[in-house]
Design a protein around this ligand. Sequence first.
Ligand code: NAD
Length: 348
Amino acid sequence: MTLRSESLHVPTHEEVVSFSDDDVGLRSVIAVHSTALGPALGGTRFHPFAFVDDAVTDVLRLSEAMTRKNSLADLDFGGGKAVIIGDPAVDKRPELLRAYGQAVCALEGRYVTAEDVGTTPADMDVIATVCSHVTGTSAASGDPSVATARGVHGAQAAVVRRMSGGSFEGCHVAVMGAGKVGSLLVESLIASGARVSVADVRQEAVAALADRHGTETCRVVGVEEILTQSCDLLAPCALGGVLDSAVVGSLRCRAIVGAANNQLGDDSVADELAAAGVLYVPDFVVNAGGVINLAQEAGGYDARDAERRTDAIADTVADLLDEADARNVTPLAAALERARRRVNAAGR
Ligand SMILES: NC(=O)c1ccc[n+]([C@@H]2O[C@H](COP(=O)([O-])OP(=O)(O)OC[C@H]3O[C@@H](n4cnc5c(N)ncnc54)[C@H](O)[C@@H]3O)[C@@H](O)[C@H]2O)c1
């Protein structure tokens, strides 16, 4: 193994390092946005980015979002993220993951990794054989998706209480993406009495849900139609960047509460959504359950406590929406201010 590294100068981030190892085909970028609140905690995305620049753009945005998320969830962790460039189905091999583990180790604990899109707890187990700065191994807290879905469902319940004062009965939710989080969310929504429309590029994922629940309760729609469903809640649970200026005018939902990271093309879309009468609950508030569960490992993993903290996301959402109403700002503006306040108070 010959691990090479190159530091990239990015003024908005504390540390960004690209790593490569030609012997095993590793190309990776680790971004530490902030360690003001503690070591930068965030997952490793394994994705076939077409260009290295796309991977860098993604990891910079994702790591900044982790600073926001960890701050608002009241965790003693900063924000970081990593990407491995490649197709996980083809390129993911133990020797590549071990080389990547050496890269994580090279940051000496300033970055702590976890799973993300394209990686799994089993991959974290391999990384843990060479590096201790890893969470979400199968021997520790495992797959964070269960906690993420639990938190998203709680956040949605808080919004439904606010919109109609009641339960999910009669509520229609459109879910984009039936992967690890989306499929669990669909199950919880249906168990709560909601009607679901769901779309995924993987037909087998949505067909299994519809077969299990029947098309009256769980309707499969095309991926190009899901965002424009007439519904109470839209839950983006696939990849980021799905809400941009071009989409806002065609939305027919009352509120957006979903798991995907970086749902907005940029922060200004939150103002456009508010002007269009759509309540957008910031993704980094809604989807914090997974990282709350991972962070719980720091003091010795306690599943009950992780659940209790995940369930508090619903209270944070309710409180944030009250504050946004009272101050006549968007929930995103209120959330960003809260996140910044805690980071600034940490003195860096
Ligand atoms: N897993 C977690 O704990 C966690 C935590 C926080 C945030 N998130 C975010 O939530 C999202 C989902 O995470 P996941 O772990 O379920 O990932 P996943 O890869 O298991 O699921 C994503 C699903 O989206 C589908 N998809 C891709 N493009 C699509 C499109 N255009 N239309 C519809 N479906 C599409 C994929 O086929 C896949 O089934 C990601 O943005 C992730 O970053 C996940």
